[in-house]
Every structure is written in structure tokens, then in C-alpha cells.
Design a binder for this molecule. Structure first.
Ligand SMILES: Nc1nc2c(ncn2[C@@H]2O[C@H](COP(=O)(O)OP(=O)(O)OP(=O)(O)O)[C@@H](O)[C@H]2O)c(=O)[nH]1
Length: 778
């Protein structure tokens, strides 16, 4: 029997090494004594030496491995040869041959030199004790029961010597209680196997004494059978144990939630599996004296490696296989973790830009606020919303819009510091969480952001000019994460309201104004839903004849009985998107009024309704106009485009305009001469009427240049075949100038008629349709 190297090979401590060295020295001394004795007598038995040494070598390679806490006891049955030699040769010859056999056996293993030396020492000491027991025990009783008993006692003595010395060595070198190593699982099984097996050597003695020497070959059959059976039993028990360890490891692997735990469990399980402490997970493959298995982990290369030096050779192949199985279990766990991480990433990041989403932003904001409270630093949130992004989608398609967002996300990342968090909140909204930055730094950051958007993005060969509006909120003691985000959002809205492409820092007044505005949106939404929006009609007059040619429908809203300025609520409707519902409700109401009107008045009448460019992009708008036109029962319809910011002439808008124009509905451009309405519109869109803005007509009676400007607009209209309506006529002198122009013009203004309810309009139209102001002027 030899102690397993996992125990002895780590006898690194001084005391362990001293003990092992002493054992080896004692063994070698005994060997020297045997050599001297043999030398004196002369080695008379050459044949047993020649046969005995190889048999010792072979039999020692088939030990019974009995598992214990430190790596298993290998119970070698080679001592049966010792028993044979002790009963057939003089004791010193037997010890001499046995010692040589032990040396050859140990020197041909791959164990550490310290283990080899210790095992040689133990083998020789135990062999000489066995020799003493046999010699003393049998006396002169050769071939008797007493001799058999002496052999059996010698076997026990051999086992005990080896076992105790190994336990002492392990205990000393590992600094643990020797008792622990003496009382191990499997010891009694080892003894139970060892003693009968050694008596097999005595069976050889009996055969040898009774028959010619060559008959000993017959012993090969039981010997080999026993060795194979022992091995099978050993392996089966070990395999069953390892399967249990692997199964437990596989079950546990499903519960690990981070890589560290997987690695920790892997090392523990491998130790348990191999009964070996020297196991590690590292990034390099095993080298000489090690065995290992690759563990697949996307994150980094990993190897499960165990020291094989000194490991019983009989177990190395099985160990490698076990490590591979365990490696596969860990690979599965890493794959599951990678999948989970990916799912978490997907859930916490915007799929388009891969930026953190609102969830991460709020978490980091909470963290930053906690840090700020601790360290007295400043938390700042910058809210960014692109200006005019919708038309990019409408004109170039959603995919192009996506490409713009991805490009801008990259640019935003490059505008901030490494430690700042850029998140996409949705649509064209982004936010940057800035920790520990001064106001000036935040302002510089904003300047970089604005410059990055203004560089424009190349889409389908067009360099699209873009800009962004920003809101900055500096965190205060009472702010929660959501609250700070809301403040930055409100400030951004304020930046939009102040003309876009700018940044606004949140202050209390903005919040109050915004809340009021949101309340107003809610009220307006309710008013639209309940059809509480009233329509006032302001007549439009033919300047030459003085006749009312038509009227412009103007939406009016009373909030809690108080009229709200149209500028205000139309602006709110535009901003909140409510303009679409509002526009539909107005058009439907006007169509109903126009039908009544048509039945009650003589002659043609033109109803003008304001629409927003946004409505033209609504999928159902063309149909809505068609329905309204039918309902109007013959009254002509003009749609007046009131977009002060300009209309984006994308195919969607143009197609809708042409489809509507094909129904006989005409388009008028409002505010002509100011804002974005430009002459190029007249070329691109089907417009038949231009409405000269009140600011053009305001000074025509006092300023020759203003009068000339209006004249040229009128001229242009005439030469393009367009009707011209002049708005803002409030004084008779303005009207006189218009009449003197000599072109057919239409006019609208307080001097002529104020906006009035439908009933008043009906009354006005049922009488003389000629406008009194014009009659008096003429
Ligand atoms: N391509 C693309 N468009 C999106 C996505 N998410 C939202 N949008 C669109 O982004 C637009 C954002 O709308 P707004 O911010 O109101 O449009 P805007 O033209 O930028 O208006 P202002 O902010 O007032 O200048 C909407 O048209 C959405 O349909 C997306 O993932 N990809």
C-alpha cells in the first residue's frame, strides 16, 4: 500500500519534509543492512529476484482505491509477493528483493520525488516489519497453520505500518490532526481486501513447495482475476460517487446568478470530484504535470486545471474526463448567464441606439443623488429633444429616421464625458445625466450637443439640417429622480416654446406655467370632445363690389365661460397634437353651418377653414374633406394653411393637397409676406389664394413703401392667376387705398365685419350682401 501523493506530495512544510526524509532514511538503512547480509551470504536465489521484481511492479499498478477525505487510499496488493518471498527465502534475501521491487515501482511513477522517497522508505520499513513478524511468528513450523497465521498477522502489520506512517506524514505536513487521517472512511474495507489478498502469496508458497516451480504460473489466473475485479469495484464505486458530485454540481449550477459564484462552485466541485485541493480556474491551459478542461465563457477564456503531478496514474484519465464533464456543466452555466445578461441588457437598453433606456437613467440618477447628498456634489440632468424630426420620417421614411437617431446617439456620446450617462427616452428624446460638473461645464456640453446636431445628417444624399432643444435641471435636496427628469423636460418644452434650437435652465416659474398649460390642454381636449368649440365667421368682402363673397371660420373657445385667445389655444393645440382633433371638429361644424347657409342665401358663397399642415399628414384627412364637402351642399370650400413655421413639402403633404384640390377645394396661404410663406410655395403647391398679412396692410394708408409692397403682391397674384385677400382692414383710409389699386382684391377686417356667430352671418347675408363700409366709401 502507498499513501496517495495528493497527501504526501504537499508535504511542503518543514516538519513534514523532515518526517518523510527520516522515513526514507530508515528505509534505506534497512535496505543497506539487507544488502550487506546478502553480500555476506551471496544472493543464492537469482530466479525469485528476476521474477519477483517485475511481478511487484505489475501488481502495484492495480491498486484498490478506497476514497477518503484527502484523495483516497491506494491499497497495493504487491505485498502478496513479499509474503511469498518471506516464506520461501531467507529473510534478508526477501527484504532485499522486496526493497528493490519497491524502488523500481516508485521510481517509475510520475509522483513527486518527495513522495517517491517517502513511499520507498515506508515500503521497506513495512516489508522488514512483516519479515520480522513472519520469521518470529512461524518459528520452525513450516507449512502449518501457524505459518499461515504468521503471514496473516504480517499482512496486518504491513498494512498498519504503511497506513499509520502515511497518516502521520499527511497530518504533519498539512498541520492537521493525525487522528483525523487515521480514522478514515474506507479503512476497514482496505484491511478486509488487503489481508486475504496477501495470503494469496502464501497460496503460492504452498504450490511452490508441492509442485515444480513452473506450476506457479497457475497462480496468475486468480491473481489477474482478483486484480481486475478489484479494479472494477474501485472504479465503479468511484464513478458512482463522481456522478453524484456532477449531478449535484449541474443542479447547483442553475442557481448561480453571477460569474464569480460559478467559478467558486466550479473549483469546489472539482476538488470534491477529484478529492484534490490543488484545483484552479484560470485563463491558461494546463501545462506539464497538470490536467484540465476548457470552460466556455464568452467573457474570457477559462480553464479548469488540476495538478496531476503525483496523482495516481491509474486515475488521471478518469480525472480528465471528470474535469471535462464538470467544465461542460460550468460552460452551460456561463451560457445561461450570458443569455440572461443579454436579456437584461435588451430590457434596459434602447434596441435602436443601444443607449441606456429610461429605467437605467432613473436608477443611475437615484445613485447619483445619493452620492451627491454624501459628497456634496451637483447632479445635473440635460434633456434633449430634436427639432423638426417628424418631417424626416415623413419625407424619407422611418428607416432613414432611425439612421438619423443612431447617428445622433453616437454624436451625443462623443459630446459628454466618459462618466456621464446618455440615455434615449423614446422618439427623438435623449437625456444626459451629469455628475459633479459646474454650470459652465454643462453649458459647454450643451454647446457641443447643439453643434453636433447642427452639423446635419446625410440622408439619401441630402444633408438634413437639424437642431435640438434642451432643458437643464440642477438637482436640489428635495428632488426625486422622476421629479428632476420632469423639470428638465419642462425646461426643454420652454426652449421649444421660445423658438427651439436653444437651452433653458429650469426655474420654478417654468414649472408653474407648464402645469397651467397642461391643465389647459386637458380642458381643451374635453372641450373638443364635447364639441364645445364655437365657430365665428368673419366675412370676406369683394373690394370692387362691396359684396360679401365668403367668410373665414374662426375657432373660439370659452374656458369656464371666459374667452381664451385663439393664438393661445391654437398654439397649445399645435404643441400637444390636439390640433388634428380640433381641426376635424371645426371642419365638421363648419360643413353643417355651410349646408344651412346654402339653403338660405342666394348666390355663391365661399367658406374658408383654417387647417394645420399637420392635418395634411393625417391618413384620414382627405376623406374628411371629401365628407365635409358633400355635407356643405354646394358651398365652396377654401382650406387656409396657417402654418407660421412653414410647411414641409414632403410627398405625403403634396399628395394630400393634390387629392383635395382635385375635388374642387382651393387652398389659401395665410400670412403671406411674413414668416415662412414664400414665393417658392406658389410654385410647388396647388394654391389659388394668397392672404396678405395684416402687417402688410397696416400702413398702406400712411407709408408709400407699404402701399407699393401691397401693390406688388397684388400684381403678382394677378399675373399668377391667384386671388388676393388683404387682411387687417381696420380704417377707411386703408380701404380707399385698396380700391385705388385697380386690381380685384378681397378684404377682411374689423372695419368691414367683425367675426360673428352663424345666425348673425345668416341675418347679414339674407339682407343686402353689400358691405356698408364700402358703400359709404364709394
Ligand atoms: N424613425 C423613428 N421615428 C420615431 C421613433 N420613435 C418615435 N419616432 C417619431 O419621432 C417623432 C417625434 O415627434 P416630435 O418630437 O413631436 O416631432 P418633431 O418634428 O421633432 O417636433 P418638435 O420636437 O416640436 O420639433 C414622431 O414622428 C415619432 O413618430 C423611432 O424609433 N424611429
Amino acid at each position: 500500500m502507498t499513501s496517495t501523493p495528493s497527501a504526501t506530495a504537499v508535504a511542503g512544510t518543514r516538519r513534514g519534509a523532515v518526517f518523510d526524509g527520516a522515513v526514507c532514511a530508515v528505509g534505506l538503512a534497512i535496505f543497506v543492512v539487507a544488502v550487506v547480509a546478502v553480500a555476506q551470504d551471496g544472493l543464492t536465489h537469482i530466479a525469485p529476484a528476476l521474477v519477483g521484481i517485475p511481478v511487484i511492479l505489475i501488481v502495484s499498478r492495480f491498486p484498490l482505491v478506497v476514497d477518503n477525505n484527502d484523495g483516497g487510499i491506494e491499497v497495493g496488493f504487491d505485498s502478496c509477493v513479499l509474503m511469498f518471498l518471506l516464506c520461501t527465502l531467507p529473510a534478508h534475501d526477501a527484504v532485499f528483493i522486496w526493497s528493490l521491487g519497491v524502488m523500481v515501482t516508485q521510481l517509475t511513477t510520475g509522483k513527486l520525488w518527495s513522495s517517491k522517497a517517502f513511499n520507498i522508505g515506508v515500503g521497506i520499513i513495512a516489508g522488514s516489519i512483516a519479515a520480522a513478524v513472519v520469521t518470529a511468528g512461524r518459528g520452525d513450523s513450516i507449512g502449518t497453520g501457524r505459518e499461515l497465521a504468521a503471514v496473516m498477522i504480517a499482512a496486518v502489520a504491513y498494512f498498519a505500518t504503511d497506513y499509520v506512517m502515511s497518516a502521520v506524514s499527511v497530518g504533519i505536513s498539512s498541520g492537521t490532526a493525525i487522528r483525523r487521517h487515521l480514522l478514515q472512511r474506507g479503512t476497514w474495507l482496505a484491511v478486509a481486501c488487503f489481508v486475504p489478498f496477501d495470503t494469496l502469496g502464501y497460496l503460492g508458497v504452498v504450490v511452490h513447495r508441492a509442485t515444480p516451480g513452473w506450476m506457479l504460473i497457475l497462480l496468475a489466473v486468480p491473481l489477474v482475476t482478483l486484480l481486475v475485479a478489484t479494479r472494477a469495484v474501485t472504479r465503479a464505486r468511484e464513478n458512482a460517487r463522481r456522478l453524484t458530485v456532477l449531478f449535484d454540481a449541474a443542479v447547483r449550477a442553475q442557481t448561480h446568478t453571477d460569474r464569480e459564484r460559478v467559478v467558486g462552485a466550479l473549483v469546489e466541485d472539482a476538488r470534491d470530484l477529484l478529492h484534490l485541493r490543488r484545483v484552479a480556474v484560470r485563463s491558461t491551459p494546463p501545462d506539464g504535470g497538470e490536467i484540465g478542461a476548457r470552460v466556455n465563457d464568452e467573457e474570457e477564456p477559462r480553464w479548469l486545471v488540476a495538478k496531476a503531478l503525483g496523482r495516481a496514474r491509474s486515475t488521471i484519465a478518469a480525472d480528465e474526463q471528470a474535469l471535462r464533464a464538470l467544465g461542460a456543466v460550468a460552460s452551460d452555466a456561463f451560457a445561461r448567464l450570458a443569455l440572461t445578461e443579454e436579456m437584461v441588457h435588451v430590457a434596459r437598453h434602447d434596441p435602436l441606439t443601444d443607449l441606456p433606456n429610461r429605467g437605467i437613467l432613473l436608477d443611475r440618477l437615484l445613485e447619483a443623488q445619493a452620492n451627491a447628498r454624501k459628497n456634496g456634489t451637483q447632479v445635473t440632468l440635460l434633456f434633449i429633444d430634436l427639432d423638426g424630426f417628424k418631417p424626416v420620417n415623413d419625407r424619407f421614411g422611418h428607416a432613414a429616421g432611425d439612421a438619423v437617431l443612431v447617428e445622433l446617439a453616437d454624436r451625443l456620446r462623443s459630446c459628454v464625458r466618459e462618466c456621464d450617462t446618455v440615455a434615449r427616452l423614446g422618439g427623438d428624446e435623449f437625456a444626459v445625466l451629469i455628475e459633479g460638473a459646474e454650470v459652465a461645464e454643462v453649458e459647454e456640453m450643451w454647446a457641443r450637443v447643439l453643434a453636433a446636431t447642427r452639423r446635419g445628417v446625410l440622408v439619401a444624399g441630402h444633408l438634413l439640417p437639424l437642431s435640438a432643444s434642451g432643458g437643464i435641471a440642477f438637482g436640489g435636496p428635495g428632488d426625486d429622480a422622476e421629479g428632476l427628469l420632469r423639470k428638465a423636460d419642462l425646461a426643454m418644452y420652454e426652449a421649444k416654446a421660445r423658438g427651439k434650437a436653444r437651452v433653458v435652465v429650469y426655474e420654478h416659474a417654468i414649472g408653474r406655467a407648464r402645469v397651467e398649460r397642461l391643465e389647459m390642454v386637458d380642458d381643451l381636449r374635453r372641450a373638443v370632445a364635447r364639441a364645445e368649440i364655437e365657430i365665428a365667421y368673419q366675412p370676406i368682402v369683394d373690394v370692387d363690389s362691396g359684396r360679401i363673397a365668403g367668410a373665414e371660420a374662426l375657432a373660439r373657445w370659452r374656458r369656464d365661460g371666459v374667452p381664451v385667445s385663439p393664438e393661445l389655444f391654437i398654439g397649445i393645440a399645435e404643441e400637444s397634437g390636439l390640433i388634428v382633433d380640433l381641426g376635424e371638429s371645426v371642419l365638421t361644424a363648419v360643413a353643417a353651418d355651410a349646408a344651412v347657409l346654402h339653403d338660405q342665401i342666394d348666390g355663391p358663397f365661399v367658406m374658408t377653414v383654417n387647417i394645420s399642415a399637420r392635418q395634411l399628414r393625417e391618413p384620414g384627412f382627405v376623406e374628411l374633406v371629401a365628407r365635409s364637402l358633400t355635407a356643405m351642399n354646394g358651398t365652396a370650400l377654401v382650406l387656409e394653411i396657417t402654418e407660421r413655421q412653414g410647411i414641409d413639402l414632403d410627398p405625403l403633404v403634396l399628395d394630400a393637397m393634390h387629392a383635395i384640390a382635385a375635388m374642387g377645394v382651393r387652398f389659401a396661404i395665410d400670412d403671406f409676406g411674413v414668416g415662412f410663406s414664400s414665393i417658392s410655395y406658389l410654385r410647388d403647391i396647388p394654391v389659388q389664394i394668397i392672404k396678405a398679412d395684416g402687417s402688410l396692410s397696416h400702413a398702406i394708408d400712411s407709408d408709400e413703401r407699404a402701399s407699393a409692397l401691397l401693390r406688388s403682391v397684388a400684381h403678382m397674384g394677378r399675373s399668377l392667376g391667384l386671388e388676393v385677400v388683404v387682411e387687417g382692414i381696420e380704417r377707411e383710409a386703408q380701404l380707399t387705398v385698396l380700391r385705388d389699386h385697380g386690381h380685384q382684391l378681397y378684404a377682411q377686417g374689423f372695419l368691414l365685419h367683425r367675426p360673428m356667430p352663424i345666425d348673425d352671418l345668416l341675418t347679414t347675408l339674407r339682407g343686402d350682401r353689400t358691405t356698408s363700409a364700402l358703400t359709404s366709401v364709394s
